[in-house]
Design a protein around this ligand. Sequence first.
Ligand SMILES: [Zn+2]
Length: 109
Amino acid sequence: MLGFIGSYVHSDTEPAKISYVPCPDCKQLMNRSNFSRSSGVIIDRCKQHGVWFDAAELPKILEFVDNGGLARQREKEKIELEDERSRLREERRRLDMQARRSGGDHWDD
Ligand SMILES: [Zn+2]
């Protein structure tokens, strides 16, 4: 026969409270952000001293990196960069055509 003790639930299920931690270097409160945006790992970022994270978060970050998370993120950014580049190429072509149409070989700023 199986029995469950329903009332014995650890409080681990409570949502984690967000607490801002000061930078170890300059003691300023740091901004929280998502590591590589899609990893789900929260890191603390100091404007001057870069990124800090809890030792407990390191395995999660490594797991994310091992799973190719960074490569995926880079791939996404590459595509966004390509989009931006082709948009700029279009824009430049448009400006070239305009300049040619007006017959001038100089730019008015
Ligand atoms: Zn700092």
